[in-house]
Design a binder for this molecule. Structure first.
Ligand SMILES: NC(=O)c1ccc[n+]([C@@H]2O[C@H](COP(=O)([O-])OP(=O)(O)OC[C@H]3O[C@@H](n4cnc5c(N)ncnc54)[C@H](OP(=O)(O)O)[C@@H]3O)[C@@H](O)[C@H]2O)c1
Length: 342
């Protein structure tokens, strides 16, 4: 194997200032940084793809109150990356190994071999298949909402990174009917024509509760929520007896106005229908990650599943604008940035 050339410097993205209002490009610093020499037991990894997710915006605020470390001013941002080992001072990883890491906001990563997770390059058609929010979607649909064959499922934010997987997982688990909401006509068509949703609607098209009553006349058994706000309030109104709500995200509050984060709960309806509200936040266990990859790779082989996503090709310097566009709803599915030509 030819040893890849390792540059002395590489691009990385740092937090320029905390987010106190709308997110702009001024919040990011794209800098050329020296690449450290790997010590004993360390490796150098060239990142081939990095992942963009909505929560990155929350991590830029001064006190995000999330179960993960916030971004620090002047420090490199962290996030999912996948790449190739290009130098190894460790017996645990060899040059050429494909590894996942949390240094996605940098072209190269240097660190102890133990902080990289070896990935099987034959499992998927491309390494970017490893950079999805599949473990979150799978855990929410399978373990939190326990979707089964008799269920009518409503997924909000259905064309986003998590939502676009959640609806497909529900279909693969045999759900009776899966309904999705999204923010444009094109996304609604995408959900039904490409992702196999039974029905979908644009949440801008009148009251959400009216759309749900039309599309789920007998009510919903499961609500997988990434949005909160009006969509949560509407889901309570159309909930069937003993409905389960997996509360995964609150995009209408995180990205939209803060009111979206504080939907009203019609308590009497929730009591009478015995709705089970299950908010969940998780650092995924190895078992959850393994369960996702096992099912995802199998469903792909069987032609039951597609990887819904957008791959940006402009390199790391495109990532800040990519995050802004993701939050503005310009993309569908998981969003990754291609960082290397290899
Ligand atoms: N619980 C957990 O453990 C866990 C783990 C990971 C992620 N999450 C959460 O899951 C959610 C989805 O994350 P993601 O990274 O996949 O994001 P995403 O859904 O890809 O977020 C981008 C989408 O948000 C939608 N959006 C923007 N403004 C909105 C608004 N005002 N109302 C409704 N939708 C709006 C847009 O879709 P439209 O064009 O359709 O509006 C846009 O495409 C987030 O809330 C995230 O924090 C939770």
């Amino acid at each position: 194997m030819i040893t890849p050339k390792i540059p002395a410097k590489c691009l990385e993205v740092r937090l320029a200032k905390h987010l106190e209002g709308p997110l702009t490009l001024d919040h990011f610093d794209v800098v050329e940084a020296d690449l450290a020499e790997p010590a004993d037991g360390e490796v150098v990894v060239r990142n081939d793809f990095m992942q963009l997710t909505a929560v990155m915006q929350d991590l830029m605020t001064p006190h995000p109150d999330l179960p993960m470390p916030p971004y620090q001013v002047g420090q490199r941002l962290w996030g999912g990356g996948i790449g190739t080992v290009v130098q190894s001072n460790s017996p645990d990883l060899a040059v050429g190994d494909l590894v996942q890491n949390m240094d996605g906001w940098a072209e190269y990563s240097v660190g102890p071999a133990g902080q990289y997770y070896k990935a099987d390059p034959t499992l998927y058609p491309s390494p970017e298949y490893y950079l999805t929010q599949g473990p979150t979607a799978y855990h929410g649909i399978a373990d939190v909402a326990e979707v089964g064959e008799s269920d009518v499922v409503f997924v909000s934010g259905a064309a986003g990174g998590v939502g676009s997987l959640a609806g497909q997982i529900a279909k693969c688990r045999g759900a009776k009917r899966v309904i999705g909401s999204a923010g444009s006509k094109a996304k609604v068509e995408y959900l039904v024509n490409e992702l196999g949703y039974d029905a979908a609607f644009d949440y801008h098209d009148g009251p959400v509760v009216d759309r749900l009553r039309e599309l789920a006349p007998d009510g919903i058994n499961v609500f997988f929520d990434t949005v909160g706000g009006e969509q949560f309030e509407a889901a309570v109104q159309v909930a069937a007896q003993d409905a389960r709500f997996a509360l995964c995200g609150a995009l209408s509050g995180q990205v939209g106005n803060s009111e979206g984060a504080f939907p009203r709960l019609d308590i009497m309806t929730a009591i009478v229908r015995q709705i089970v509200l299950r908010p969940y936040a998780t650092f995924h266990t190895p078992e959850q990650i393994w369960a996702w990859h096992q099912h995802f790779s199998q469903w792909l082989k069987e032609g039951k599943f597609v990887l819904p996503g957008t791959t940006l090709k402009g390199g790391l310097s495109e990532a800040p604008a990519g995050l802004l566009n993701l939050l503005a709803g310009k993309y569908q599915g998981n969003v990754v940035v291609k960082l290397s030509e290899s």
